[in-house]
Design a protein around this ligand. Structure first.
Ligand SMILES: Nc1ncnc2c1ncn2[C@@H]1O[C@H](COP(=O)(O)OP(=O)(O)O)[C@@H](O)[C@H]1O
Ligand SMILES: [Mg+2]
Length: 278
């Protein structure tokens, strides 16, 4: 489905991503972990074509992503929507308009200037907000929401694009543990229910272990681990994080509470509630 072949990105003399080759056969939830500076963001940005590769290529379902230009490149960027640590919403704009920005590459400039969106898109935006449990905030300014709610607005904006892949660059790094859990539950539910691929840069090991089917460990621009959470031993973690004998998992933990029995995800709950209303 998705192939990354010998992908390299240099910034001057610095090699941010170094000869990375990865194959993804089917939709999955993938966590990319590693220390700050390991090349995680650069890898995601090359996938989304926000950053050009220095060499190597990316193939998706037979198309060379690294070669796309103009409209084809824009279409690809909608197909692999990106969310960020800082949400990247328009703070003073209402929530539903922020979500509708996910359709921007389909709107005329004039319609965009006057915030004129087709009725069907507005309904779809509300439905997505409902699914994510935040429809009650649709008319509020984005800046009035909590961080966890703002990140769900950003996820809603991504879903507006009907993406095949969602790239998330440290989506929970600015959130408290409870909101981090809600956002990760939401991303997991989107994978489980829609079959979209989720590729998530994560600072911490425990979140990757808990939520992802496959974990990729990067160090100094290279992939040093690629396997299931079960295969991610303490030795493998040491290799990824480059820590010495004093390596401790708590140092890379987001301290998300682990419930005894996993509760249904927030997104699934929201969906059921929305269904009960109609
Ligand atoms: N736009 C840029 N210009 C110069 N160097 C960059 C740029 N973006 C990233 N780098 C460098 O590339 C390396 C990898 O960075 P990054 O991909 O942000 O790592 P991570 O997301 O794992 O923290 C770092 O050494 C960083 O300083
Ligand atoms: Mg980063």
């Amino acid at each position: 489905m998705l192939q990354i072949e010998k992908l390299t990105r240099r910034f001057g003399g610095n090699v941010a991503v170094d000869d990375v080759t990865l194959t993804f056969e089917r939709p999955a939830m993938i966590g990319i972990i590693g220390r700050s500076g390991a090349g995680k963001s650069t890898l995601l940005r090359m996938l989304n074509r926000l950053t050009d590769a220095s060499s190597g290529r990316i193939m998706f379902k037979g198309t060379e992503v690294t070669g796309l230009t103009g409209k084809a490149r824009l279409r690809w960027q909608a197909d692999c929507a990106m969310i960020f640590q800082q949400f990247n919403l328009v703070p003073r704009l209402d929530v539903v308009s922020n979500v509708l920005h996910g359709t921007l590459n389909r709107q005329s400039t004039l319609a965009t200037m006057f915030n004129l969106y087709p009725q069907a898109d507005i309904h779809r935006a509300i439905d997505i907000l409902d699914r994510l449990g935040i429809a009650q905030h649709a008319s509020k300014r984005a800046e009035a929401l909590s961080g966890g709610q703002q990140q769900r607005v950003a996820i809603a904006r991504a879903l507006m694009q009907e993406p095949q892949i969602i790239l998330a660059d440290e989506p929970i790094a600015s959130l408290d543990p409870m909101n981090a859990q809600i956002v990760m539950d939401t991303l997991r539910a989107i994978h489980d229910e829609d079959g979209r691929t989720i590729m998530c840069n994560l600072h911490t090991l425990d979140t990757a272990r808990r939520y992802c089917d496959r974990v990729i460990g990067m160090r100094d621009g290279r992939v040093v681990f690629d396997g299931s959470p079960d295969e991610l031993s303490t030795d493998a973690a040491r290799e990824i994080y480059g820590a010495g004998a004093d390596f401790s998992e708590s140092a890379t933990s987001t301290a998300i509470d682990q419930p005894e029995t996993p509760s249904p995800s927030a997104a699934r709950r929201a969906l059921r509630e929305a269904e009960a209303l109609v």
